[in-house]
Design a protein around this ligand. Sequence first.
Ligand SMILES: NC(=O)c1ccc[n+]([C@@H]2O[C@H](COP(=O)([O-])OP(=O)(O)OC[C@H]3O[C@@H](n4cnc5c(N)ncnc54)[C@H](OP(=O)(O)O)[C@@H]3O)[C@@H](O)[C@H]2O)c1
Length: 231
Amino acid sequence: MPVAIVTGGSRGLGRALVHRLAGHGWAVITDARDARALSEAVEGLPPERVRAVTGDVGHPSHREALVAAASALGGLDALVLNAGALGPSPLPAVADYPLGALAEVLHANVVAQVGLVQAALDVLRPGGVVVAVTSDAARAAYPGWGGYGASKAALERVAAVLAAEREDLRVYVADPGDMRTAMHAAAFPGEDISDRPPPEASVPGLVRLLAGDLPSGRYEVRSLAGAEVSP
Ligand SMILES: NC(=O)c1ccc[n+]([C@@H]2O[C@H](COP(=O)([O-])OP(=O)(O)OC[C@H]3O[C@@H](n4cnc5c(N)ncnc54)[C@H](OP(=O)(O)O)[C@@H]3O)[C@@H](O)[C@H]2O)c1
């Protein structure tokens, strides 16, 4: 049974991916800071397949706990860096961006992610997969998206360098596209986001990255043709 760590499994894309993987032969370790939301999110999933570990991926001891859970299952096949921070809502212009909030976004979306990769590399099996979930805001200059966009751009670069350093792994930068989630609602406060696709629409492409043999690189997951689920 392949083993994945998927951070941020209590809602949105992480929850959708955890459910899909757990239903298709994977063992999944997932997390979130809100214990109650996390336990509700995994309710009904087979406990022998899903381990929910409450905590903040920004904290080293929590990252170690995630990796220890994978180790207890014999090793790790896939690490999905999904949990992330948007920053203040409404999104501030660069001119007004509170520096403390900027540091928090960079810590959550870059430093914590590198910390988790570092902690997980020892248990990642040869041929293992790292998926860094990014955003088009890493590349396009949307007003208000300077903090979040800068953090995702940095995450993308770290993942690309990891791919160059570790040819024994597959390292993906995965853009899920706009999704109807809590983060998206916070990015567009007061706006109707009901026209955005649900996070489930981005899951088949992510599964294709996890279970396929595509080369390391950046992918817009909703446009991955033939995306299907097999462990
Ligand atoms: N939604 C979009 O349109 C969109 C577009 C492009 C990219 N993305 C990216 O896709 C990923 C998922 O986004 P989403 O929209 O599904 O977000 P979401 O609905 O806000 O869900 C985020 C999940 O991550 C958890 N989380 C957040 N910070 C955490 C931390 N420090 N430690 C542990 N868990 C944490 C949250 O639970 P707790 O709050 O309880 O910790 C929640 O389970 C993110 O990387 C996001 O940047 C989203």
